[in-house]
Ligand binder design. Structure first.
Ligand code: URP
Ligand code: ZN
Ligand code: ZN
Length: 463
């Protein structure tokens, strides 16, 4: 199938220009002005922006009690054509074995979006760490470790992170960390619960910004001691962001992302009545407006590289999953759906409000995530030879975000009532029209694994 997309304004991470794009099969083959190429289909994109399909480097479709890949069409409809999912490691299983089982049992024939996978260490045996350098053999070039969640299989101690960083370095595997000080959070949580402070709003007191900043700083010191780069996921606050920014300025390869909710939702949401605050329980928690402002500033200046959604549509949603934590905020399962709101929020509250440029929008939502995950330039770029993952975006569309028009499969949307400006009019995944005006028109199960290459963005300039 060949498609000629004519008269659109192409957005990339560095440019903006009027051009026609010719797609043959799954790839972009020509970009130019007034192309007269013959194509089976001609699409007029006059007045529209044309940008690469979104790459969401942080989603959960198999961990933390999330719904599975049969709900991934929600991503594509919203303009995200590639997700990067964290693969949980069952106790006793190897790291590679976990990924291969995940592909066989969870993704094949179910994913409606292309996906790249991150390893996730949950059974920290020495032989598991030895597998880290071999992960690129199966298309996995990043592994996440948790400094938080003490008392669960997710938590690992500093020696494990140090060990992982050392083993990852020569193989070009990116080590990602969830940076929160688990010990201090444990103490504060117990104290609050003992005092009867059990409502969702106390989550913010149990996990203050200093616990995140300290762990971020520690993670970067561990990376320095291991002489390896490091990527800090879901950075929420000014203090932690500054630790990363200042380390990078000193020549240390320390990087981070923030997430959609840390850009527009504040800790005040946790105090909503009737246990509604539980909808906003995520870890690290939502922060104050000052911290939100710092996240935008960091995105504008490339102090943080990308925006992930941390999508986690809990099986059971609010009524059946979140409510299990009534009477003790520490038992509320964390996470919220967001894969279908990431581009909309960053565009509406970033580009439209003048906080970031259209180029930064493409960079933080598409190009940088692809580079971080080791799938660039196959993904995340409008260029000859790249996959024809293309969004034709109508900047004049206006609507309101609501669970009523969400496809993520749960009973609430954390951005309920938020105004949305612009939306994808057409979304192509590898040259196939897959979504149109908010409807999924592709084939369920059409998604493919994208094999990550090692030495992604975090290794740039690392000897
Ligand atoms: O609250 C969150 N972030 N849920 C998903 C788990 C994680 O730590 O990424
Ligand atoms: Zn995390
Ligand atoms: Zn997450």
């Amino acid at each position: 199938m060949s498609i000629l997309i004519k008269n659109g304004t192409v957005l990339t991470a560095t440019d903006e220009y009027k051009a026609d794009i010719l797609v043959e099969g799954e790839k972009i083959v020509t970009i130019g002005t007034n192309l007269n190429a013959k194509a089976e289909e001609i699409v007029d994109a006059t007045g529209k922006y044309v940008f690469p399909g979104g790459v969401d480097e942080h989603v959960h479709y198999a961990s933390f009690g999330s719904l599975g890949y049969d709900t991934t069409h929600a991503a594509v409809v919203a303009g995200t054509t590639t997700i990067a999912d964290f693969v949980p490691q069952p106790q006793g299983a190897g790291l590679k074995e976990s990924v291969l089982m995940h592909i066989e049992n969870q993704t094949k024939g179910k994913a409606s979006v292309d996906y790249v996978l991150h390893g996730l260490i949950m059974d920290a045996r020495p032989e598991v760490f030895e597998e880290i350098p071999t992960m690129p053999e199966i298309g996995v070039a990043s592994v996440k470790l948790f400094m938080a969640y003490k008392g669960t299989p997710y938590y690992v101690a500093d020696d494990a992170i140090f060990n992982a960083l050392r083993l990852a370095k020569d193989a070009g595997v990116t080590i990602m960390v969830h940076a929160e000080n688990a010990d201090i959070i444990d103490v504060l949580t117990k104290e609050l619960v003992e005092q009867g402070k059990t409502d969702p709003k106390y989550l913010a007191e149990a996990r203050p910004v200093l616990t995140e900043a300290e762990a971020t700083s520690r993670a970067i010191y561990l990376a320095r001691m291991a002489d390896a780069p490091i990527f800090v996921v879901h950075v929420t606050c000014k203090l932690a962001m500054e630790v990363i920014r200042d380390a990078y300025r000193k020549g240390i390869p320390a990087y981070g992302e923030t997430c959609t909710h840390y850009l527009v939702l504040t800790e005040e949401n946790l105090a909503k009545p009737n246990f509604e605050g539980a909808k906003y329980v995520c870890m690290p928690p939502l922060r104050s407006q000052e911290n939100l402002d710092a996240m935008w500033e960091a995105l504008r200046n490339n102090w943080l590289l990308a925006v992930g959604s941390d999508h986690c549509a809990l099986d059971g949603g609010f009524e059946k999953a979140k409510r299990k934590g009534m009477g003790d905020f520490s038992k509320i399962p964390p996470g919220s759906p967001g894969v279908e709101n990431r581009l909309a929020i960053v565009w509406t509250y970033g580009v439209e409000k003048g906080k970031i440029s259209r180029q930064r929008f493409v960079e933080v939502c598409c190009t940088a995530p692809a580079k971080i995950c080791g799938i660039y330039p196959q993904k995340g770029q409008i260029a000859i030879g790249s996959d024809a993952d293309i969004v034709i975006f109508d900047p004049n569309w206006k609507g309101t975000i609501s669970v009523k028009n969400s496809l993520h499969g749960v009973d609430y949307n954390a951005y309920e009532g938020f105004e949305q400006i612009g939306r994808p009019e057409k979304v192509y995944l590898r040259g196939k029209l897959t979504a149109e005006n908010g409807e999924f028109v592709g084939q369920f199960g059409q998604g493919q694994q994208v094999k990550a290459q090692p030495f992604g963005l975090c290794y740039e300039g690392v000897k």
